[in-house]
Design a protein around this ligand. Structure first.
Ligand SMILES: C=C(O[C@@H]1C=C(C(=O)O)C=C[C@H]1O)C(=O)O
Length: 98
């Protein structure tokens, strides 16, 4: 591959990653903001913030998608655990403000 072609390929790929990253971050924000509705429902249902059964369901779905896409299961699980921790933190903050 010529250097100029390589530079063009790198630039175009990074531009695509930038767009994907922006979508991912917006989706993370949307996912986290759902904590407001979820904690409201949990208060009415007298439910704990932490729901291990639900998190197990999410983990199993994550493992399935990781296998289907040949992505490291452990790493994808870690990412999802961060997202669930983020959501639980948001629920706890809302609860403390009530
Ligand atoms: C969002 C919820 O609260 C917690 C966070 C979860 C998540 O971020 O997916 C899942 C289960 C709960 O531990 C929920 O109960 O659905």
């Amino acid at each position: 591959m010529k250097k100029s072609e390589a530079m063009k390929l790198l630039k175009e790929s990074r531009e695509k990653i930038d767009l994907i990253d922006e979508k991912i971050l917006n989706l993370i924000s949307e996912r986290t903001s759902l904590a407001r509705k979820i904690i409201k429902a949990k208060i009415a249902l007298n439910m704990d913030i932490w729901d291990p059964a639900r998190e197990k369901q999410i983990e199993e779905k994550t493992r399935k998608i990781a296998r289907e896409n040949k992505i490291d299961e452990g790493k994808l699980i870690k990412i999802m655990r961060i997202l669930t921790e983020l959501n639980k933190m948001e629920q706890e903050q809302i609860l403390r403000r009530k």
